[in-house]
Write a protein that binds this ligand. Structure first.
Ligand SMILES: [Ca+2]
Ligand SMILES: [Ca+2]
Ligand SMILES: [Ca+2]
Length: 294
C-alpha cells in the first residue's frame, strides 16, 4: 500500500478537504489520481464498481480465502480479495483490496493470502490460465515508471505443497529501477488493473486473458498479471514442488492460489520502494479462465 494513498483515503473517508485542509496536504506526486482512486466513486469514468460478477462463463473469480488474517483498518478485510475486481486504470491504484497479512497459510514470517474457487479446480487452458489483480499504477502516466509492490504467485492441490514460477527482480535498490516493470518477471503486482465491474465494462471474458499492444506496451486487455501453467518456468520453484506434482497440476488442475508479498519472502532479492507504507502488496482479486468441479 502506497503511503500517500493511505493518506488520501484517510482524508476522503474522514471528509476532510484534500486541497485546503492542512491535515490532508498531499505529500507530493500524483495525488489527484490517488484522490480519485480513494473516493467511493473512484475508477474509470466515475463508474461504480458493481457487486455482481459480469460473466456466466469463461472467467471465474476466486471467491473464498483460506485462513486469511483479518487485520485492522480498511485494507485488513480479506473479503476484498474475493468479492469483485475494481481496477482504477493506469494512473490509480484500486482500493477494493486486501493488504496481505500474516496467515497460517503463509511460509513462516511472510505476508500472504491463499484463495480458492469454491468446489472447483482451475485447469490449464490455452495460454494464460489466471490473472492476479493487485493495485500498481503509473507515475506521471509513464508506462515504464510504476508504483510496484511485487507478489510471488504459487498454486497447490492440497494447501501444503506449492508450485510456483521463476519470480525474479533484476534491478538495483534505486527508485528508478524499482519502478521499472521491465525488471520484474514471473511476479504479480506489476501491471495496473484496467478491468472494473462497472456498467461501462466492455471487456468480454476472453478479453481478460488476451494480450494487446498499445502505447502502454504489451498487456492483458483488462490489465493485471497473467500466469500460465504450461510456461516452462512453472514448477521450478515452490515448497514441496517436484516434477510429479507439477505434471499433476498441469493435467488435473489446482485448488489454491497463494499470493505472497515478495519483499516478505526475501527483502534482498525483492527490495521494495521506500514509499511503500507497510511493505505489503494489496490484492483486488484473482480470475481463472477454466474451472471444473472438484
Ligand atoms: Ca495455460
Ligand atoms: Ca499495492
Ligand atoms: Ca476486490
Amino acid at each position: 500500500m502506497k503511503r500517500s494513498l493511505r493518506h488520501a483515503i484517510f482524508c476522503a473517508l474522514t471528509g476532510l478537504l484534500w486541497l485546503s485542509a492542512t491535515a490532508c496536504t498531499p505529500g507530493g506526486g500524483n495525488n489527484d489520481a490517488l484522490l480519485a482512486a480513494a473516493l467511493p466513486s473512484g475508477g474509470s469514468g466515475g463508474q461504480a464498481c458493481l457487486e455482481s460478477w459480469p460473466y456466466s462463463s469463461g472467467a471465474y473469480i476466486a471467491d473464498s480465502s483460506v485462513n486469511a488474517a483479518v487485520d485492522a483498518g480498511t485494507f485488513g478485510d480479506p473479503t476484498k480479495a474475493t468479492n469483485k475486481i475494481c481496477g482504477a486504470g493506469w494512473a490509480s491504484g484500486g482500493t477494493d483490496v486486501y493488504s496481505t497479512g500474516s496467515s497460517s497459510e503463509c511460509e513462516s514470517g511472510e505476508n500472504c493470502i491463499a484463495l480458492e474457487w469454491t468446489g472447483k479446480r482451475v485447469l490449464d487452458a490455452t495460454g494464460v490460465d489466471f490473472v492476479v489483480y493487485e493495485n500498481p499504477f503509473l507515475y506521471n502516466n509513464n508506462a515504464s515508471s510504476r508504483f510496484i509492490e511485487a507478489v510471488i504467485v504459487e498454486v497447490s492441490q492440497d494447501g501444503t505443497n506449492w508450485c510456483g514460477w521463476n519470480p525474479s527482480y533484476s534491478g538495483t535498490t534505486s527508485a528508478p529501477d524499482l519502478r521499472n516493470p521491465g525488471n520484474y518477471s514471473d511476479l504479480a503486482g506489476i501491471t495496473p488493473v484496467l478491468f472494473m465491474q462497472s456498467s461501462a465494462n466492455s471487456l468480454s471474458a476472453s478479453d481478460l486473458f488476451t494480450e494487446v499492444t498499445d502505447s502502454y506496451g504489451n498487456h492483458l486487455k483488462g490489465g493485471g498479471d497473467g500466469f500460465d501453467l504450461s510456461a516452462p518456468s512453472f514448477g521450478t520453484t515452490g515448497s514441496g514442488c517436484n516434477t510429479t506434482l507439477r505434471n499433476s497440476i498441469r493435467s488435473s488442475g489446482f485448488v489454491y492460489v497463494r499470493l505472497t508479498t515478495a519483499y516478505s519472502r526475501n527483502s534482498s532479492s525483492f527490495p521494495i520502494v521506500s514509499d511503500s507504507f507497510d511493505q505489503k502488496a494489496d490484492i483486488d482479486g484473482v480470475v481463472a479462465r477454466s474451472v471444473t468441479d472438484r
